[in-house]
Ligand binder design. Structure first.
Ligand code: NAP
Length: 324
């Protein structure tokens, strides 16, 4: 099979197309012929050797993909060859092994992909949607009627969160940094789309909430925004830090005087039972039409290095997907 292999840590150029032996499904495993692979920012940190999970070299990056089961190991029930699935990690590792034509997964790492969802859409379900579900419902206790601000709604996690929150009956204010990104935010069910590059956008958010502020804020770039979030959040509001790329100074008095709760989350820490419930919610939402993943860019697998450059640039508009 063809796969992207990183033989060393470093810049995007370490991602090289390689010819590897086809893997085989062992007991309790299935093999998936991959049709599309989702690219996530953490894969760039891992590639640089700067991530909490540091694979042994060489390694195949990626944990998000969609395809068709083409081989089934012993003691696996409920699946047949030809079933359409999306994956959540691989048997190699929960956080890598997917930038390839074939991936072997443990049986609990494959999830049914409804016919109405394309493989490219299915490629961005695990990392973005499980993270968004955990942030909204596992951390911030989001309820119908809440105003949810998604600070960075034009990308993978923000788009997933916009769809989940709107489907749950929340009013969503989503931010983006480009005109195209703002269109993506509106198209996913946000009631309001606001440009986080505008000088007065935080005032706009305060106005949109009648002066009260959002009940819930999901934060994709805490090192830039956390203190601003504390300024605009509603009394007793809940802020979830999802993304962070540096240090930040905050006025902790704002947490105190408004009874604010600030939560963190790391996908890899989510308890297994909650991950299972998140996948149930994802499959149900895909089937009902409440969830519709947005694909911004498709490129061939061999262009993984270019995808890693692009995913770190501003101007997100849905997922970047690699096609093997
Ligand atoms: N904690 C976890 O377990 C976990 C899980 C998944 C992801 N993450 C992290 O969460 C972040 C988002 O992931 P993703 O997959 O959604 O990435 P993505 O698809 O690249 O999207 C990045 C988002 O951040 C927005 N952004 C850029 N500058 C911003 C600013 N100044 N204020 C607010 N938002 C800004 C982008 O908007 P524009 O491009 O439109 O400006 C875009 O909406 C990344 O840092 C990722 O590493 C963490």
């Amino acid at each position: 099979m063809q796969a992207i292999l990183a033989r060393q840590f470093g810049g995007p150029e370490v991602l090289q197309l390689a010819q590897l032996p086809d893997p085989a499904a062992k007991q309790g495993q299935v093999r998936v012929r991959i049709h599309a692979i989702g690219v996530n920012p953490y894969e760039t940190y891992m590639r640089a050797g700067a991530y909490a999970i540091r694979p042994e070299l060489p390694y195949i990056p990626g944990a998000d993909a969609a395809g068709v089961i083409d081989q089934i190991g012993d003691d696996v029930s409920g699946w047949t060859t030809g079933d359409r699935v999306y994956i959540s990690g691989t048997a190699i590792h929960k956080a890598y092994g997917a930038y390839a034509q074939l991936a072997v997964c443990n049986a609990d790492q494959v999830h049914r992909l409804p016919d109405r969802i394309s493989f490219a859409q299915g490629a961005g379900l695990f990392v973005p949607y499980v993270t968004a579900w955990r942030a909204l419902f596992g951390r911030a206790n989001t309820r119908a009627g809440d105003v949810v601000m998604i600070h960075g709604a034009s990308g993978g996690v923000g788009g997933a969160a916009t769809q989940f929150a709107a489907a749950a009956g929340a009013t969503v204010i989503g931010t983006a940094g480009s005109a195209e990104g703002l269109d993506v935010v509106r198209s996913q069910g946000a009631s309001h789309a606001v440009n986080h590059k505008d000088a007065n956008y935080l005032d706009e958010i305060t106005k949109l909430t009648g002066g009260r502020g959002p009940d819930v804020i999901l934060e994709m770039l805490a090192n830039v925004n956390l203190d601003h979030d504390l300024t605009v959040v509603a009394p007793s509001g809940r802020i979830v830090v999802i993304g962070n790329r540096g240090r930040v100074e905050i006025d902790a008095r704002k947490i105190m005087t408004k009874d604010v709760s600030v939560f963190g989350l790391a996908l890899w820490n989510i308890p297994a039972e909650e991950v299972r419930r998140a996948h149930q919610a994802i499959v149900a939402g895909l089937e009902s039409g409440a969830l519709n993943p947005v694909v911004g860019t498709e490129m061939p697998l061999k262009d993984a290095a270019r995808a890693h450059q692009q995913v770190m640039e501003p101007g997100a508009r849905g997922k970047i997907v690699l096609i093997p």
